[in-house]
Design a protein around this ligand. Structure first.
Ligand code: CA
Length: 235
């Protein structure tokens, strides 16, 4: 099952927070409500949200201060922030964006517009979240969704083959001995025979279909994943 995007709502007015929460839930998000800056910081420390909705006027530290701090911190600096505020004039809009907010929405707002803004910041941030994707030639592996595709076609892999492929793809073009693969993919299981690697490499090749030839046997040394064989054989 796909993880629902988490939206941290930092808002001191329960009625507004409740309204936003209900709408987010209906739209496939997981809202988390923090009523002040301390709670918001605690929530952020526990789970990194996908988006932060940040009210400007909060008891204690203001939303503007929080935005500046979170932008400066390595852990939180990439999380999109949408400022919510009752002040709608140009000066404040600039101050909010200067503090590092990605977008700005003035109260009262329509929940439809808010949802559209949330989706927009998520789309803009999406390429950065692709960092976990492994790509070698036309072979793509997404560890977040457990999907493997070759030339856009979905491939079915067993869990060990998936781990093995993930390792080979993130260390492509390098030759790995059987014992190195056992160590990196299977972990510290000294009782597993090296022949096990051969068995799973064979299964992996079968599961990859046309991309199977990218898994190269290097005689006397081990295995590697390469785009070169695919090109060489295609010529
Ligand atoms: Ca407020």
């Amino acid at each position: 099952m796909r993880r629902l995007p988490v939206v941290l709502i930092v808002e001191d007015e329960p009625a507004i927070a409740e309204l936003i929460s209900v709408n987010l839930k209906h739209s496939g998000f997981r809202p988390v409500w923090a009523m002040d800056s301390l709670t918001a910081q605690a929530e952020l420390d526990a789970v990194l949200p996908d988006v932060i909705l940040l009210d400007w006027m909060l008891p204690g530290e203001s939303g503007l201060m929080l935005a500046k701090r979170w932008r400066a911190h390595p852990r939180t600096k990439a999380v999109p922030i949408i400022m919510l505020t009752a002040r709608g004039d140009e000066i404040d809009r600039v101050a909010g964006l200067d503090a590092g907010a990605d977008d700005y929405i003035a109260k009262p707002f329509s929940t439809k517009e808010l949802l559209a803004r949330i989706r927009a910041v998520l789309r803009r941030r999406a390429p950065e979240q692709d960092a976990g994707l492994a790509k070698v030639g036309d072979l793509v592996l997404d560890p977040a969704t457990y999907r493997v595709t070759f030339e856009g076609e979905h491939l079915k892999l067993g869990p060990t083959e998936f781990k093995l492929l993930h390792y080979l793809m993130t260390h492509a073009e390098r030759v790995h001995s059987r014992s190195q693969l056992l160590d990196k993919v299977w972990g510290d299981h000294v009782f597993i025979e090296e022949r096990t690697v051969d068995v799973h490499v064979k299964r992996l090749r079968e599961a990859l279909g046309a991309a199977g030839q990218m898994v190269d046997t290097v005689r006397g040394a081990g295995y590697r994943l390469t785009v070169q064989t695919a090109i060489a054989k295609a010529v």
